[in-house]
Design a protein around this ligand. Structure first.
Ligand code: ATP
Ligand code: PRP
Ligand code: NIO
Ligand code: MG
Length: 599
């Protein structure tokens, strides 16, 4: 496909409606006017977009958001109403010619080079290099930052959940209701998928981005049924023979048989819940995945008690009084409640029995149930308990597939919870994760910045008392050098005028600010990190389907050594500068740092 064809395809691609030139900070537009007034219309700048610290106390970040940046550049144009709004909003002294200038502005003179979306990236290595007219390069700062910051943070967060969950567990994103507004929710669904989630409950994200949409049902569905009389229709036709069956009769019959096997009496089970599950199974006989914790000891048995008793029960529930802190060291084994069963055991007694009864009834009609969701209690313990019951039923009724029923767990899950569940041993097949994932609760911002590094061919450095905040000046290239074992070893920034490092050739890699920190590297492979993505008003790289970007995340992560990816105290990945760039930075630093006077 030619660049022109790619560009028009991008133009047609669905762009988030609120991403437009006015989605920026006012100061970009006021600066643009001041640049324009001071004769800087033809100035040419280079900006780097980068972050300074990896999020989530980790040592890697996943770069995401590039495709949306390209759509923004392709479509950049101030509409008549934008111009009208600016005329009304900016001070009266703004010359009308400035608005005429804005009206015709496009990004065609901008050149964008970027690291491939879905790659692992590291602090200080620019993710984007923006070159072109100062005014326009300045005007796009905030929008590019907003498109990259959250996208990369989310993709990184999701990738971390994927790493702790392992590749055999499904991850579903359930966060829309808890996200930072509608766009936060939509972006979270997209970048969670890129980061390694398998699906989302967000239907619009499914439609827009072709992400698998998945889900179960809510507690309200169960609580909306109070007795077996609430079932509207009890009939389900057999999957093959189409013979009608009475699912209620079958389910109540199975409930008796199952109760003997799993040692739960049918009296303990809620009839309202059975009615709900039967109704759900009739609606979705091929996708029966039921929430089984509605009538747990707290919701069902305790709620009717006076608060004095409630306190007593909660106070004695070793699990519930401690789990909220997520500190597993505090988790005690379940203890017996005043009702004779442990709190956790009681949790599933109704739901599990009712689910198994309906699943077996469905089986009589030629359908296989999918599984259960647990949304409270000790998820490790309850999943083991549920799996044991499934195994018992599989054995008793010679239905081996029953052992393989899916167990979904949700409820305020985060990275630590999953790590802890792994340690404890669990039988969960799928985690449904909302709040912690989409709000990036552990670290709500990545902190990408956009800094001027060159103007009209002259390098620019921004000094700071904090060395970590000093910018690396000039037009640079970035290379990833791989070691003999095939792992990524170091990222190297060089001045663009320098020759690229070569395989088998010794390269001196220096810490950008600490003189004594340097090392020779003989790379077994050299990857030039920047690809030209946008030039002369055209997109120059073919946007990849989300599935490919998602695969890129995993393949890029595989290039990192395990100790860099581990959860606790990971080893920092090295980012270096060439000797030439090191001297360039430090000469410029000295030139720009004023010499103080002691008195
Ligand atoms: N085995 C476990 N190990 C560590 N954390 C767990 C385990 N099981 C559940 N958790 C986590 O513990 C927290 C439990 O929160 P909470 O105390 O509110 O329990 P709950 O069962 O949801 O109570 P309620 O029904 O009153 O909402 C959740 O964050 C959950 O993910
Ligand atoms: O806990 P999170 O990681 O944020 O995951 C999303 C939560 O959203 C739902 O709860 P909610 O109480 O809103 O509705 P429900 O009745 O379906 O449980 C779901 O049951 C999860 O608990
Ligand atoms: O489908 C689900 O189970 C779901 C969807 C959103 C939030 N919590 C759960
Ligand atoms: Mg819930």
């Amino acid at each position: 496909m030619s660049c022109e064809e790619l560009t028009s395809k991008m133009k047609m691609a669905r762009q988030n409606g609120i991403v437009q030139p006015l989605l920026t900070d006012l100061y970009q537009i006021t600066m643009a006017y001041a640049y324009w007034k001071s004769g800087k219309v033809n100035d040419v700048a280079v900006f780097d977009l980068f972050f300074r610290t990896n999020p989530f106390q980790g040592e890697f970040t996943i770069f995401a958001g590039l495709e949306e940046c390209l759509k923004f550049l392709v479509n950049f144009h101030y509409s008549d109403s934008d111009i009208e709004y600016l005329k009304q909003t900016l001070p009266d002294n703004i010359e009308p010619e400035f608005f005429a200038y804005l009206k015709d502005l496009t990004c065609k003179d901008i050149k964008l080079s970027a690291i491939e979306e879905g790659s692992v990236v590291f602090p200080r290595v620019p993710l984007l290099r923006v070159e072109g007219p100062l005014i326009i390069a300045q005007l796009i700062e905030t929008t590019l930052l907003t498109l990259v910051n959250f996208a990369s943070l989310m993709a990184t967060n999701a990738a971390r959940y994927r790493m702790v969950a392992g590749k055999n567990v499904s991850l579903l994103e359930f966060g829309l209701r808890r996200a930072q507004g509608p766009d936060g929710g939509l972006s979270a669904s997209k970048y969670a998928y890129i980061g390694g989630f398998d699906g989302t409950s967000n239907v619009l994200a499914g439609k827009f981005f072709d992400i698998p949409v998945k889900g179960t049902h809510a507690h309200s569905f169960v609580t909306s049924f109070s007795s077996l009389d609430d079932i509207h229709s009890v009939t389900l036709r057999h999957a093959e023979t189409e013979v009608p069956y009475n699912l209620l009769e079958l389910s109540t019959e199975w409930r008796k048989r199952v109760s003997a096997i799993v040692d739960i009496s049918p009296e303990e089970a809620s009839d309202g819940e059975l009615a709900a599950l039967i109704s759900y199974a009739i609606a979705f006989p091929t996708g029966f995945l039921a929430l089984v914790d509605t009538y747990d000891v707290k919701r069902y048995n305790i709620q009717g008690l006076p608060s004095r008793h409630r306190q007593h029960m909660n106070g004695h529930s070793g699990y519930n009084s401690n789990c909220g802190s997520n500190d597993t060291r505090l988790l005690k084994s379940p203890i017996h409640s005043t009702y004779g069963y442990s709190t956790v055991e009681r949790t599933l007694r109704s739901g599990l029995l009712n689910f198994c009864a309906v699943a077996l009834a469905l089986n009589d009609c030629g359908y296989r149930a999918v599984g259960i969701r647990i949304d409270s209690g000790d998820l490790a313990y309850l999943s083991v308990l549920a799996r044991e019951s499934f195994d018992q039923i599989a054995e008793a009724f010679k239905l081996p597939w029953f052992s393989k029923l899916t167990i979904v767990a949700s409820n305020d899950i985060n990275e630590e919870t999953i790590l802890s569940l792994n340690e404890q041993g669990h039988k969960i097949d799928c985690f449904g994760i909302g709040t912690h994932l989409v709000t990036c609760q552990r670290q709500p911002a990545l902190g990408c910045v956009y800094k001027l590094v060159e103007i009209n061919g002259q390098p620019r450095i921004k000094l700071s008392q904090d060395v970590g905040k000093v910018t690396i000046p000039g037009h640079k290239e970035a290379y990833r050098l791989f070691g003999a074992d095939g792992h990524a070893l170091i990222d190297l920034l060089q001045r663009s005028s320098e020759p690229a490092p070569e395989v088998g050739q010794k390269v001196l890699c220096r810490h950008p600010f600490q003189e004594s920190k340097r090392a020779y590297v003989i790379p077994s492979k050299v990857e030039h990190l920047y690809k030209e993505c946008w030039k002369d008003g055209n997109v120059c790289i073919k946007p990849k389907p989300l599935l490919e970007v998602r695969a890129r995340v995993q393949s890029s992560l595989r290039t990192l050594r395990q100790d860099i990816k581990r959860n606790l105290n990971p080893t920092p990945y090295k980012v270096a500068v060439s000797d030439d760039l090191y001297c360039f930075i430090h000469d410029l630093w000295l030139q720009n740092a004023p010499i103080g006077e002691l008195s």
